[in-house]
Design a protein around this ligand. Structure first.
Ligand SMILES: *Cc1c(COP(=O)(O)O)cnc(C)c1O
Length: 211
C-alpha cells in the first residue's frame, strides 16, 4: 500500500463525500500509513480483528472506528463500547438493543440503518416499507444518533442498475430526513457518488487485494 495511491483516490472524491477506509484484512501498519496523511475513519467487520488493531493503535486518538459487519446480538455491548459508528444495523430488535445498551454504557453511537433494496439472499437489511412503518417507534429510541442509511449492492450489476439502487437509497434517506447514505465500495463508488452517497466504503481500492 503506498500513500500516493491513497491521495490519488482521495483527489477523485468530492470533498463533501467522506471516505471510510475499510481496513478489514489489512494490518495496523497500513492503517497508520494513511492515518499519517489525514485519513481518520476506518471500517472493520470482525470484532476480534478490530480489537487487536484498536489496541495497537490506541495512541492515535483521532481515529474513528466504524463497525460494518454482521451484528450478533450477544456482541452488541462490545460494539457499542468500542466503535463510534455502526453501519450495519438490520432490524428493529437490534436497534432497540443498541439503544438499551447505549443507555447503560452512557454512549451515543452514530448509526446508519442497512436497507435491503434488491432481493439478494446474501444481504440483510431493513425492508424499506417496514422501516417507514416503524419510523415513529425508531425515533423514540434513546442514546442513539441516527445519521443515515447504508446499503450494499449485489455484485456484478450494470452501472445503470447500481445507480438505480443507490438512488432508491438516497430517496428513502431524504424522505426520512437523514443526511447520510453509506453506499459505494471499490467496484461501484462512482455510481454511489453520482446518486448522493456521503460515505463511500473503500477497501481494496485503497489497500490492494486482500490475501
Ligand atoms: C469489505 C467491505 C467493504 C469494502 O469492500 P471493497 O470491495 O474492498 O472496497 C465495504 N463495505 C462492507 C460492508 C464490507 O464488508
Amino acid at each position: 500500500m503506498n500513500p500516493s495511491n491513497f491521495l490519488k483516490i482521495k483527489n477523485k472524491i468530492p470533498s463533501n463525500v467522506n471516505i471510510l477506509a475499510v481496513s478489514k484484512g489489512f494490518k495496523s501498519q497500513e492503517i497508520k500509513t494513511i492515518q499519517n496523511i489525514g485519513q481518520n475513519d476506518f471500517g472493520e467487520s470482525k470484532l476480534q480483528e478490530a480489537f487487536e488493531k484498536q489496541l495497537t493503535l490506541k495512541d492515535l486518538k483521532q481515529i474513528k472506528w466504524h463497525f460494518i459487519g454482521r451484528i450478533q446480538s450477544n456482541k452488541i455491548r462490545k460494539i457499542v463500547q468500542n466503535f463510534n459508528y455502526i453501519h450495519s444495523i438490520d432490524s428493529f430488535e437490534q436497534l432497540q438493543k443498541i439503544s438499551n445498551i447505549s443507555c447503560e454504557e452512557k454512549k451515543n453511537p452514530l448509526l446508519m440503518l442497512q436497507v435491503k433494496l434488491s432481493d439478494d439472499p446474501t444481504k440483510g437489511g431493513f425492508n424499506p416499507e417496514l422501516l417507514i412503518k416503524k419510523w415513529g417507534d425508531i425515533k423514540e429510541l434513546k442514546n442513539i444518533t441516527l445519521t443515515g442509511l447504508m446499503t450494499i449492492n449485489p455484485r456484478g450489476l450494470s452501472s445503470k442498475k447500481n445507480l438505480e439502487l443507490f438512488k432508491k437509497c438516497r430517496t428513502l434517506a431524504d424522505s426520512l430526513q437523514l443526511p447520510d447514505c453509506s453506499m459505494g465500495m471499490s467496484g461501484d463508488w462512482e455510481e454511489a457518488i453520482e446518486a448522493g452517497s456521503t460515505w463511500v466504503r473503500l477497501g481494496s481500492l485503497i489497500f490492494g487485494d486482500r490475501s
